[in-house]
Design a protein around this ligand. Sequence first.
Ligand SMILES: [Fe+2]
Ligand SMILES: [Fe+2]
Length: 183
Amino acid sequence: MLLSRNYRRKWSNPMLDPKIEAALNRQINHEMAAAYNYLAMSAWFEHGNLTGFASWMMSQRLEELTHAQKLLQYVLDRGGQIELDAVEKPKNDFADVHEVFALALEMEKENTETINDLYVMANELGDYATQSHLQWFLDEQVEEEKTFDEIKSLLEMAGDDRSALLYLNDKLGARAAAPKPAE
Ligand SMILES: [Fe+2]
Ligand SMILES: [Fe+2]
């Protein structure tokens, strides 16, 4: 710890509660785990020559790394400590593209739950700065779940039709390559 806790007590924002500090550190791990899973999914697609899906998943991976970084910076900005943990081994092999997106959607839903729990905790502790920071993540999760749900539904519509699958591969590839609007 670079600065004593007494020094930080002068700040108008209260010190990060150890419970919130630990939960934010766990959330960093969840975001890193999501990134690692999307990397595995991207590699699986690339191996199967579905390069559009592969580059889309690679973009998702980068987004998750950004989320982890955002949380890490927030903990540091509040004078908290970072304790990185091991990232769980991702699933590396899949039966088909449907399984990939079903798992991804499930993971996003779990992630929404942990962010909701964090928000509740921040509320109970009267930590409004953390609530405000988490607001961005709550909005992001709405987008994430919607996106994955849409792709999962399109894949269900495509079923076993290979030309529809290749069309979606192209479509997702084009979207991943498009420049993103500035935040
Ligand atoms: Fe995320
Ligand atoms: Fe996500």
